[in-house]
Design a protein around this ligand. Structure first.
Ligand code: WT7
Length: 666
C-alpha cells in the first residue's frame, strides 16, 4: 500500500505539510464517520455549558449504574476541596465487571492479551470477574481492609487489572508504580503512602530478557514497617526469595480463597487510587482520585472521545497501566464501557519492528490510542513496515502525552489511518483523571498539532501570567476554570501542597495546569509545554529536581543542574550539567556511572541522554543556578541576560563543553 514517491507526489506532500504547519488546513470528520458517530451535533457543547453540573450528573447516570443514585452533583462549599455525587453509592469493580456479566456479556473478551514470546490469552469478562473476586477475598484473608493502601508493581499482564479491580472491590486504595521505575522508586512510593501490601512478580520480561523483579524488590523493601504482605505473581517462573510470614504466591492465595466476593457499594468520594507523579520538587506527588467522579470522567470520555461501540470495536490503548493513561483507558474506562481491548506486554520492536501492526491486523483493532513519541519511532523505521499489514480495521486514531508535531500527525493519518481515520489529539494530565481538551471525532474539524477545544462540560482558558485575565492572542498559562468530576481531590497526605500547587495563583476555583498554551482565531488550544521544572521524555513526566538529586547521590559529583532539551525522538531529553568533586577527572567512565546511577535510582527511562561536565555552573551572586542559561546553551540559542552572573566566564567554558559533546554525539 506504500505510495510511490514521484517528484510530483513529494512536492504535493511538501506543500501540504507547509499548509498544515501554517495551520491553514483543517481535517473535518469524514462523512461516513460522522454519519454513524455517537455524537455528531455540535449542540452538545451548548447543552453542557448551559448547566455543566447537571450535564455531568446526567452523563454519570447514563454511563454508570449507581447502586444508590446521587441526588446532588457538585459540593463546592469548601474550595478547592470539591466533592462530586456525594450521597451516591457505587463500586468500581462491579461497574467494570458484574454488570456486563449480569446482562449476558460474560463471554465477551475484555482483553486480547499478547505476550512477547507469542503467547495469547483472551480473557473474558466472566473470567476477569472470577479472578477479581478470588483475589479480593485473598487480600481480605491477608488482612487488607477498606481504606488500606495496596502497592502494585507489575508488568503488562492481565493480573495488573485483576489486582486493581480487586482493591476497588473491597475499598482498598491501589497505588500502582509503573514497571519501568526502579525498586528504589517503588520503596519511596510505598513508604510515603504507608502501603500495607504490595503485589509484584517473580520476574518481568523485556525483549527476550528477564529481570528478577522480586529479588530487586526484596533488596529495597526489607525494613519497611507498614508493609505486611508481598503477593508474588508467578509470571516467568524466575526463582525468587520468599520471606516466611510476609510473602505469598498469588496463585496459591487465590486458589485458597472463597470464589465469591460480593461488591460492596462505596461512597462516591471513597478513594479509588493514588498515583504518584512528578512535580516541581524532588518529592513525587501522590495524586488522589475518588470513585464516582473519576469513573464518570473516564467512562464518559472513553465512550464519546473514541466513539466507542462496545459490540463491534476492538480498542487498543498502547500505554502502560502504570501511568494514568493506562488507569483510565486500559482499565477503568474500557471495562466500565464493556469494551474489548488489546493488551500488549512488550516493546514496539520485539520480536520485530512490525509487531504493533501484526497485533492490530490479527485482533482487527478498530481504535488505536498512542503517544507521539511512538509514532516518531515508527516514522524512523519506515512506512514500508506497517504497509506489510492489513490495517483496514482501524477507524479512529488517538494521540496523547505531548504535543504532536504536524509531521508525525500527517504520517499517522496517512500511513496508519489510510487517510480515512479521524485523529483525536487528547490533552489531559494525571491530575485531571480523564481527557479535558480534545476533538470529538464526529464533530470537530481538526488541525494537526492542536488538541482543539475542551470536552463538553469542561472549561479552559489561556490567561495572562501576571493577572490571570484571558489572553486573546499569544501565549499564556493554561487554566481549567471550573471543577470537573474526575479531578484530583488532593495530594495524598499533603493538602497544603495541593492548594499551593494548583489553586494559589488566581483563586481556589481556578485550577493551574502547569502548561503554557495559546489559542488561535478559531478558539482552538495549542499546548506548548510545561512551565514548571517538569520534563516530558517520551510522554513520561519527570521532575528536574528528582533527577538532580539522583545525580548528586553519585560519590564523585559535586553539583548538578538538569534541564529538558528538545529532542526529535523523545520530545524532550534529559540533559545534565555537572561539576565533579575536587581531584576527580571527568572520564567517560564517570559520566556513564552517573547515567547508570540515575537509571538505578529512578528507572531506565530517566537515564540522562547527555551529561555535560564543567568546572562551574552559571550562578547568580546569591548562588542560585541559572537554568535559563543552561537551556539557552543546550538549545544552541543566543544567551539571554548574563549580567547577573557571578562569573560570566563560566558560560564560554560551558559552550565549549556542549560543542565538544555534540561532536561526540554525531
Ligand atoms: C502533561 C501531563 C495524560 C496522559 C499522559 C501524560 C503533557 C499530555 C498532551 C497533548 C500536549 C500534552 C502536558 C501535560 N500532555 N497530553 N495531547 N498535547 N501536551 O500525563 O504524565 O500527567 O503529564 O503531559 O504537558 O501537563 P502526565
Amino acid at each position: 500500500m506504500a505510495t510511490e514517491a514521484t517528484p510530483d507526489r513529494l512536492a504535493s506532500d511538501l506543500a501540504r505539510e507547509l499548509e498544515v504547519m501554517l495551520e491553514i488546513e483543517k481535517f473535518p470528520p469524514p462523512e461516513g464517520f460522522r454519519e454513524s458517530a455517537l455524537w455528531s451535533d455540535p449542540a452538545i457543547y451548548e447543552e453542557a455549558a448551559a448547566d455543566p453540573v447537571a450535564w455531568w450528573t446526567a452523563k454519570s447516570k447514563e454511563v454508570l449504574d449507581w447502586d444508590v443514585e446521587p441526588t446532588e452533583g457538585l459540593n463546592d462549599s469548601n474550595p478547592p476541596f470539591y466533592k462530586w455525587f456525594e450521597d451516591g453509592r457505587i463500586n468500581a469493580s462491579a461497574q467494570c465487571l458484574d454488570r456486563h456479566v449480569a446482562v449476558g456479556n460474560g463471554e465477551r473478551v475484555a482483553y486480547h492479551w499478547r505476550g512477547e514470546e507469542g503467547e495469547r490469552r483472551d480473557v473474558t469478562y466472566a473470567e476477569l470477574l472470577d479472578s477479581t473476586q478470588r483475589f479480593a477475598n485473598a487480600l481480605k484473608d491477608l488482612g487488607v481492609e477498606k481504606g488500606d493502601v495496596v502497592g502494585i508493581y507489575l508488568p503488562m499482564i492481565p493480573e495488573v487489572a485483576v489486582a486493581m479491580l480487586a482493591c476497588a472491590r473491597i475499598g482498598a486504595i491501589h497505588n500502582v508504580v509503573f514497571g519501568g521505575f526502579s525498586a528504589e522508586s517503588v520503596r519511596e512510593r510505598m513508604e510515603f503512602a504507608e502501603a500495607k501490601a504490595l503485589v509484584t512478580v517473580d520476574g518481568a520480561r523485556r525483549k527476550g530478557k528477564t529481570a528478577p523483579i522480586k529479588e530487586q524488590v526484596d533488596e529495597e523493601m526489607g525494613d519497611l514497617a507498614s508493609l505486611k504482605t508481598i503477593v508474588v505473581v508467578r509470571a516467568t517462573g524466575t526463582p525468587c526469595p520468599m520471606t516466611e510470614g510476609r510473602d505469598v504466591f498469588y496463585d496459591e492465595v487465590c486458589a485458597a480463597a472463597d470464589p465469591e466476593c460480593p461488591a460492596e457499594p462505596m461512597e462516591a468520594e471513597h478513594p479509588l487510587f493514588i498515583l504518584y507523579t512528578s512535580g516541581s520538587t524532588a518529592s513525587p506527588k501522590g495524586i488522589l482520585h475518588t470513585t464516582g467522579g473519576y469513573l464518570t470522567g473516564a467512562t464518559t470520555t472513553h465512550k464519546y472521545v473514541f466513539d466507542l461501540k462496545p459490540e463491534s470495536d476492538v480498542w487498543w490503548c498502547a500505554a502502560d497501566v502504570g501511568w494514568i493513561t493506562g488507569h483510565s483507558y486500559i482499565v477503568y474506562g474500557p471495562l466500565a464501557n464493556g469494551a474489548t481491548s488489546v493488551m500488549w506486554e512488550g516493546a514496539p520492536d520485539y520480536p520485530h519492528q512490525g509487531i504493533w501492526w501484526e497485533i492490530a491486523q490479527e485482533t482487527k483493532a478498530t481504535i488505536l490510542y498512542a503517544a507521539p513519541t511512538a509514532i516518531r519511532t515508527f516514522i524512523k523505521w519506515g512506512a514500508d513496515i506497517p504497509a506489510r499489514y492489513d490495517l483496514s480495521s482501524l477507524r479512529l486514531l488517538g494521540s496523547v502525552g505531548e504535543p504532536i508535531n504536524p509531521k508525525a500527525w500527517l504520517w499517522y493519518h496517512k500511513v496508519i489511518g489510510g487517510e480515512r481515520c479521524p485523529i483525536v489529539d487528547t490533552w489531559w494530565q494525571t491530575e485531571t483523571g480523564s481527557i479535558m481538551i480534545t476533538p470529538l471525532p464526529g464533530i470537530t474539524a481538526t488541525k494537526p498539532g492542536s488538541a482543539t477545544t475542551p470536552f463538553p462540560g469542561v472549561s479552559a482558558e489561556v490567561v495572562d501570567e501576571k493577572d490571570g485575565t484571558p489572553v486573546a492572542e499569544g501565549q499564556g498559562l493554561l487554566m481549567l476554570e471550573r471543577p470537573w468530576p474526575s479531578m484530583l481531590r488532593t495530594l495524598y497526605k499533603e493538602d497544603e501542597r495541593f492548594v499551593e500547587t494548583y489553586f494559589s495563583k488566581f483563586g481556589k476555583d481556578r485550577y493551574l495546569v502547569g502548561d503554557a498554551a495559546r489559542r488561535d482565531s478559531d478558539g482552538y488550544f495549542w499546548v506548548i509545554g510545561r512551565i514548571d521544572d517538569v520534563v516530558n521524555v517520551s510522554g513520561h513526566r519527570l521532575s528536574t529536581a528528582e533527577v538532580e538529586s539522583a545525580i548528586v547521590a553519585h560519590e564523585k559529583v559535586a553539583e548538578a543542574a538538569v534541564i529538558g532539551q528538545s529532542d526529535p525522538d523523545t520530545g524532550q531529553a534529559i540533559c545534565a550539567f555537572v561539576t565533579l568533586n575536587g581531584g576527580v577527572e571527568p572520564s567517560e567512565e564517570v559520566m556513564a556511572g552517573i547515567r547508570d546511577g540515575v537509571a538505578a535510582r529512578i528507572g531506565k527511562f530517566a537515564r540522562p541522554k547527555r551529561v555535560i561536565w564543567a568546572d562551574d555552573l552559571p550562578k547568580t551572586r546569591s548562588g542560585k543556578i541559572m537554568r535559563r542559561l543552561l537551556r539557552d546553551i543546550a538549545e544552541g540559542r543566543a544567551l539571554g541576560d548574563v549580567t547577573t552572573l557571578r562569573d560570566p566566564g563560566v558560560m564560554a567554558e560551558l559552550e565549549k563543553q556542549v560543542a565538544a559533546e555534540r561532536e561526540n554525539d554525531d
